[in-house]
Design a binder for this molecule. Structure first.
Ligand SMILES: [Zn+2]
Length: 180
């Protein structure tokens, strides 16, 4: 059990089309009844958020762990908490005083995909998966490979022939992913 995670959210999976529900720990990729996608449903009004506790934690995805399903020690590379720049000159031009840009390239694998991937690979371990896989031509495959390497499990990346961001595939290969 992750030491600071005192609240275990009683979330479940819901079909976005027909509303069928499934337990959160069921290994399922789409609705058994109609085949549509599943969404994660949280009882948000039952989750206790302690802002003082959040303020004490480092700026990262895991600062908000009460809102995440992971109950084990997460697979993390300190993703999130990227710099926020005040774009004053561009804002002046556009008549926007409070225009900011978040520099998501500062995440560990160089993209915002790391925010989801830290949770996804942690959930894979929690659900006792032995490997992870994705179909992606770019940032997702790089991110998956990085987090799988951190977790010590194999990653498989599936690509369409000839439609590939070479730099991103190099990243996946360097981190030991099997690229097909
Ligand atoms: Zn359904």
């Amino acid at each position: 059990m992750y030491p600071e995670n005192q609240y275990v959210p009683m979330y479940h999976l819901v079909c976005v089309q027909c509303g069928a529900t499934y337990p959160a720990d069921e290994i399922i990729y789409n609705c058994k009844r109609c085949g549509h996608l599943l969404a994660v449903k949280y009882p948000l009004n039952e989750i206790t958020i302690n802002k003082a506790a959040w303020d004490k934690r480092p700026l990262s995805v895991w600062r908000y762990r009460e809102l995440l399903p992971v109950q084990i020690e997460p697979v993390t590379l300190q993703e999130g908490g990227t710099p926020l720049y005040h774009l004053k000159r561009l804002g002046d031009e556009m008549g926007l005083r409070h225009l900011y840009a978040k520099h998501e390239g500062m995440n560990p694998s160089g993209s915002f995909k790391d925010r989801g991937m830290t949770v996804g690979v942690s959930m894979a371990l929690q659900l006792k998966m032995k490997s992870v896989a994705c179909a992606s031509t770019g940032n997702t495959s790089a991110s998956l490979a990085v987090y799988a390497a951190k977790a010590g499990i194999p990653a498989v990346v599936l690509l369409p022939a000839g439609k590939v961001a070479v730099g991103k595939i190099a990243q996946a290969l360097m981190h030991g992913a099997k690229v097909i």
